[in-house]
Ligand binder design. Sequence first.
Ligand code: F6P
Length: 547
Amino acid sequence: MGLTTINPTSTKAWKELQAIFENEKNKSILNFFNSEADRTGQFSVEEANLFLDFSKNRISSEAFKQLVALAEELNLKQGIDAYFSGSPINQTEGRAVLHTALRGADKNLEVNGENVHQLVESSLDKIKHFTEKIHHGNWKGYSGKPIQNIVNIGIGGSDLGPNMVVDALAYYKKPITTYFISNVDGDHIHETLHQLDPETTLFIVVSKSFSTQETLNNATTARKWLLQYTEQDQVEKHFVAVSANVEKAIEFGIDQAHIFPMWDWVGGRFSLWSAAGISIACAVGFSNFKELLNGANEMDQHFKSAKFNKNIPVILALLGVWYGNFYKAESEAIIPYSQYLQKLASYLQQASMESNGKSVGRNGNPVDYQTGAIVWGEPGTNSQHAFFQLMHQGTQLIPADFIGFLKPLHGDQHHQDLLMSNFFAQTEAFLKGKTANEVETELKSQGMSAEEIEKLLPFKIFEGNRPTNTLLAEKLTPKTLGSLIAMYEHKIFVQGFIWNVFSYDQWGVELGKQLANHILNDFSANKMQDHDPSTQQLINKYKKARS
Ligand code: F6P
């Protein structure tokens, strides 16, 4: 059972949506609140540790119903079944997509003749054993001192997810310091190594392929650094690996017993739930890591079973389609009102943009409609003082997800009230804006003359009608975070399904990698390969500088 290959624009529902859109594109969200009874009730869902209010969107309930009809006409249900059952829906690589199995596999689920549940359980046991050894001070470095620093070396999915979660759950931190090295820019590794004590540092090399240039070079540099202090036979005490390519990891010099598994049925950008997330378990403890998985599993169950009009990931995905394909919005902003979630947007950039940044449909033909949105964002309130001006008064439509927590972790209610008043104020401001009358009254009350008011008035008007989703959770816990991440994973799946693209490959990142290898050779070759005149000029300048 694969995925259908239907061009969404050819469906009856899409045509209906186009007609509805033409009719309502100039209506305001406030109109919808006035004309639709119980819009907030209809457009809210509380499930899987999250409360979603999507009533502040530029969509009528009629259009929303039609979006749900689109999902039904495309047979999304069958797509979800294929996703969870281990069908090779990553068709261009011939692989299943089973990160969901990492947080609750069906006991009979098999892939490539292997029982997935058993593989996952045995990997979890290994992670548990390893992290407990670290936390109990039983994993010792070459001088007999216990490990204090964990350094994750990986890039893309082998970095962004764990890195984001370790930051997000800093409140639950164990007395172990976690570092992440990803960039091949030597500044990254050298700046980090300066801070480390070799006697108490353990490197976790995370690479599904074990062939990624950045990761292998950073790992080699780290090993060289270690060998300034100790002997080759001590290296195994300071290096473990997480990889699907055991042979290559052994070849690098990692003891086979210290290699944690990854599988080809888990995509890199969805791998934080696997041993690729071992830095998370080291940072916050195995039981918190399990809670993260449990939260994700709760979202999986909700996604699999809820009706589409009350299904959080489906709703968010459909709204994204509405804005991208009908309003032609090109980006969406993620605004968590939690400093702990400062890396959420960059994690979601890879998860979403590497997945749905595609222009060929599942039928092999180029698509003639917009696919993956540009995802970006920063925590509030910082973002208010950075890019909100453009979101409030700029020319582009930028739908935004506001993510907030009812209770703070620090217990300082004063700060929490300040934060949350901003949180609610911003979505209200995006919705209502400020009319000319309101501006005029305000300026009059400040004693401004009629002439001055006339000059200033146009600049102070806020159009409003800017769409937002509000996501609220009780508290930022490992479980809530698991649900939140899984929610976005499923949103990505649904959107890729509707846009008829293959979300789980990433051929688009290959060309640059190939060219970089050629150019690396050019640096020392007498005769360069063929390049365009601009690149040729730039490489020549570089070669001169390095000679
Ligand atoms: O940049 C492409 C990519 O393949 C990502 O999809 C992946 O997360 C990253 O590189 C790292 O890959 P690996 O885990 O194999 O080193």
